[in-house]
Design a protein around this ligand. Structure first.
Ligand code: ZN
Length: 133
């Protein structure tokens, strides 16, 4: 089961500019910048209270983030829920009729196992399930 909102992923064009913007907006500095090579993204993380903000910028034109921005522009890309057991949560969500993008968890940024649910089955919201490694 999802336990809580873990982070909100925001697609941005210029990571340095958006880091400065969100530092000002949130009043806190980012705690981490990390490349997720498999996804073709560079990420920057902020922590505000219990919730993280993950800025995502494409590192190549084939990146899903580049394609997202091309289609929809910058903005909220996904929301991520912390889960107690990502494998059983995926099975549970699949059994409930949600469409899985990843049938098993993969390595994500910020020391997490992650998997996505297809926005077709979640009111057009890309949902990430995650669990600390
Ligand atoms: Zn994420």
């Amino acid at each position: 089961m999802p336990k809580k909102l873990e982070h909100i992923g925001i697609a941005v064009k210029d990571l340095a500019a958006s880091e400065a913007l969100f530092t000002q907006l949130l009043g806190v500095a980012p705690y981490k910048r990390e490349e997720a090579e498999s996804e073709g993204v560079m990420t920057t993380f902020f922590l505000l209270g219990d919730v993280k903000f993950e800025l995502l910028a494409a590192t190549n034109p084939e990146s899903p983030i580049a394609k997202f921005i091309e289609k929809k522009g910058e903005g909220i890309h996904h929301i991520a829920f912390d889960t107690t057991n990502i494998v059983t949560t995926l099975e549970e969500k699949s059994a409930q009729g949600f469409q899985l993008i990843n049938t098993s968890p993969k390595d994500g940024a910020d020391n997490k196992q992650i998997a996505f649910l297809h926005p077709k089955s979640t009111n057009s919201v890309l949902v990430e399930l995650c669990q600390d490694k």
